[in-house]
Every structure is written in structure tokens, then in C-alpha cells.
Design a protein around this ligand. Structure first.
Ligand code: ADP
Ligand code: AMP
Length: 214
């Protein structure tokens, strides 16, 4: 099963993608996580990506498309995958479709997690990310057992630089301009499925399982 997660930054794509990956035993591929790992490791790609990410802008298509096209052809993707944060532009979606077509494959579902902008600001301000394993929490909606400490690995939690209010606003504008058109793109190809992302995380997941099958 090949799945794309769509939705605004902070809509809950990563939260749901992790649950999907665990239930259906497929890899969770987050381009944001890949860039953050590259930044942490000080790679050339990380250095280039950081300049865009810090401003709330998208990293140029040419830095992300080949990376994903290579990743989805790896052995662990043979039964499918869940893409989180990619594609984010129409050219990225077209490149992915063209690459998959050559392989005789296609996307099965584009799950669109719908959350209004007002809720997003609140979500991002409360999001905390682990500096060690990248796990995400929310200070109110998904708190850790010990404040500021990751449940999974014990490392400390931070507010991502790009989750600060001034950058969040920019990211939302970029989302509406460049990423939202993908909703129509996947509607036309018949794979779009909308879910209400404003309800409790477990209820969002239940709605997704209804779509994907138990
Ligand atoms: P995205 O991957 O779309 O940027 P995340 O999955 O990181 O979004 O979620 C953004 C923040 O909102 C996180 O702090 C997460 O814990 C929280 N969150 C995710 N889903 C929900 C939900 N259904 N209700 C409340 N908070 C949520
Ligand atoms: P995310 O963790 O998905 O919210 O991504 C964090 C940041 O990484 C984004 O704001 C972008 O700057 C960059 N990024 C992640 N995925 C992509 C992509 N597919 N295209 C362009 N930029 C991306």
C-alpha cells in the first residue's frame, strides 16, 4: 500500500503516518525528518536545506525529488510506504508519478488531514520534538510522562526553530500557495481521501483505518 499524507504543517501527518507505518508494517518516510537528520549530521544537503527551512520556505524541488525517488525503490518499500511531507508541490507530485509509472506502480491513497489554520497555530506552539530520536509530542494533547524528557529515548525535548509563531505563519502561507493545490491533483486521479484532523488523534487514526482497511 502506497500512501501519501497531505495537510497543513502541524495537521498531524507525522503523528498519523507513524501509526499507519506500525499497523500496516510499512516504512514511514518523512522528508522533514530526512532533512533534520542531515542538518544534525552536518551534511552538504543539510546545510543547503537549513537555509530554506529556517525561513519557513520549501527546500527546492531538485534537492528533494531524487532523494525520495531513490528511497521508495529500496528493498523495505516493496510492500508499500507512507510518505509524510512529500510531495509538497505540483512538480514534486508529477516527478513522483512519472518515476512510479516507469516502475509500473502508483499511489493508492492520498490521505488529506483537514485542520483549519486557527488550530494549527495552537498545535505548532505546543509541539515538542526530541533532539535524540525525533519523536514528537504536544504539551497539552500528547504530553510526555516527565516534562521536557522524551518517553522513547530519554533525551531532551525542544521547540523546533520553524515552529516559532513568526515562521509558522510563513509556513502556512507557503502551504496554501504551493501545497494545497495537490488536493485537487489527487482528487483528479481518484485517490484523495479527506479525514477530519481536529478530533482526538486516536479518532483520526480510526477514520484512516476505515479508509485503508483493517
Ligand atoms: P505534521 O507532521 O502534520 O507537521 P504533527 O504530527 O507533528 O504534524 O502534529 C503537530 C502537533 O500537533 C504535534 O505536537 C502533535 O502531537 C499534535 N497533534 C497531532 N494530532 C493531533 C490531534 N488529533 N489533536 C491534537 N493534537 C494533535
Ligand atoms: P516537515 O517536518 O514536514 O514540517 O518539514 C519541515 C521543513 O522541511 C519544511 O518547512 C520545508 O522547509 C522542508 N521540507 C520538508 N519536506 C519538503 C518537501 N517535500 N519539499 C520541500 N521542502 C520540504
Amino acid at each position: 500500500m502506497k500512501i501519501i499524507m497531505l495537510g497543513a504543517p502541524g495537521a498531524g501527518k507525522g503523528t498519523q503516518a507513524k501509526k499507519i507505518a506500525a499497523k500496516y508494517e510499512i516504512p514511514h518516510i518523512s522528508t522533514g525528518d530526512i532533512f533534520r537528520a542531515n542538518i544534525k549530521n552536518g551534511t552538504e544537503l543539510g546545510k543547503k536545506a537549513k537555509t530554506y527551512m529556517d525561513q519557513g520556505l520549501l527546500v527546492p524541488d531538485e534537492l528533494v525529488v531524487d532523494l525520495v525517488v531513490d528511497r521508495v525503490q529500496q528493498e523495505d518499500c516493496k510492500n508499500g510506504y507512507v510518505l509524510d511531507g512529500f510531495p509538497r508541490t505540483i512538480p514534486q507530485a508529477e516527478s513522483l508519478d512519472a518515476a512510479l509509472e516507469k516502475l509500473g506502480e502508483k499511489i493508492d491513497y492520498a490521505v488529506n488531514v483537514e485542520v483549519p489554520d486557527e488550530n494549527i497555530i495552537n498545535r505548532m506552539g505546543g509541539r515538542r520534538a526530541c533532539v535524540g530520536c525525533g519523536a514528537t509530542y504536544h504539551v497539552v494533547y500528547n504530553p510526555t510522562k516527565v516534562e521536557g524528557v522524551c518517553d522513547a529515548c530519554g533525551e531532551k525535548l525542544i521547540l523546533r526553530d520553524d515552529d516559532k509563531p513568526e515562521t509558522v505563519q510563513k509556513r502556512l502561507t507557503v502551504y496554501h500557495d504551493q501545497t494545497q493545490p495537490l488536493i485537487d491533483y489527487y482528487k483528479k486521479s481518484g485517490v484523495l481521501r479527506d479525514v477530519d484532523g481536529t478530533v482526538d488523534m486516536d479518532d483520526v487514526f480510526a477514520a484512516i483505518v476505515d479508509i485503508l482497511g483493517a
